[in-house]
Design a protein around this ligand. Structure first.
Ligand code: SF4
Length: 294
């Protein structure tokens, strides 16, 4: 019988790390500090901005559609910001924090001006304390997990519109696994069909609808990467992770502080007790969080 505890869990973030580089995947998703037993995570201002804005918008799904805009969203944003303020958000100065906070405020103001589908019916996928998840392959014991930002219910067709909130400036690249993963989660965890998918770029207030995704192709694209992750982890179990999750740019040298690239350097700094990283607390999923000092 399938066992969720021994399964390999994959998400958009972990597969993104894996596709970027093997060592990055290992350091962010597998390595555990022997002293705390925790994985490690780097906080940064872009992430802090995303967390605060997402908390406000996703939280609206808990209220009936016709009441959502009667709440003071800017006040909710102030509350959400408190959790990422200062070092917890990776901010090196008040000036930097204020700049990011103002960007988020502008996004919330855009939403207040034109809430789009936020005032229409939505649904939520079932979940417990873990993000939404299902077996993308029971044979291979792989679980796909993730949180869909928003799922609009379309009564005319009794179908769904999945939406990803974007707080960054860059548009999502073609070939991103994000919407395919959302599609698979929706398909596995509820009965209605997904007929639309969009990115909402909150800073420019641009809603970009993307072509309808094919379920089989989404499954193949996501499973192919998930399977490679699973195989790499299996090999690491046999040979040791340092032999499998190797940096293509050569190893980081703590003496010269060279080698690798910016992708992994903050994690290498943590492993080498470098002064330029600072522990800031334990995150929601029990990971040790660090910020990079400038
Ligand atoms: S240091 Fe850079 S090149 Fe090396 S594994 Fe990490 S992200 Fe890849």
């Amino acid at each position: 019988m399938a066992d969720k505890y021994s399964a390999v869990w994959v998400s958009h973030s972990s597969m993104g790390d894996f596709l970027k580089c093997p060592r990055l995947y290992y350091l962010h998703n597998m390595y555990k500090n022997p002293a705390t037993g925790h994985k490690m995570s780097i906080v940064n201002p872009h992430m802090a901005l995303g967390v605060a804005v997402h908390e406000v918008l996703e939280g609206l799904g808990d209220y009936p559609a016709d009441t959502r805009m009667s709440y003071d969203l800017l006040k909710k944003y102030e509350e959400a910001w408190k959790k990422v303020s200062g070092k917890m958000g990776g901010f090196n100065s008040l000036e930097e924090e204020n700049e990011f906070k103002a960007r988020g405020k502008k996004m919330i103001e855009n939403v207040i001006k034109d809430p789009k589908f936020l005032v229409k019916k939505c649904i939520k996928l079932k979940r417990d304390t873990m993000p939404c998840n299902y077996y993308i392959s029971e044979d291979h014991n792989i679980i796909l997990n993730g949180l869909v930002d928003w799922i609009e219910y379309l009564p005319e067709t009794d179908s769904l519109h999945i939406i990803d909130f974007k707080t960054g400036k860059n548009e999502e690249k073609d070939g991103s696994l994000q919407l395919p993963i959302y599609l698979l989660l929706c398909n596995a965890l509820q009965k209605r069909k997904v007929t639309r998918a969009s990115y909402w770029y909150l800073e420019s207030d641009k809603l970009v609808e993307v072509p309808l995704l094919d379920l089989e192709k989404a499954h193949k694209d996501v499973f192919d990467v998930a399977y490679k992750v699973k195989e790499a982890r299996k090999e690491a179990g046999r040979m040791g992770p340092e032999k499998v999750f190797v940096c293509p740019n050569g190893p980081y040298d703590p003496k010269t502080r060279e080698g690798g690239c910016q992708g992994c350097r903050p994690y290498e700094w943590i492993l080498n007790n470098d002064d330029c990283v600072e522990f800031v607390g334990v995150g929601g999923f029990g990971q040790d969080m660090y910020m990079v000092k400038k």
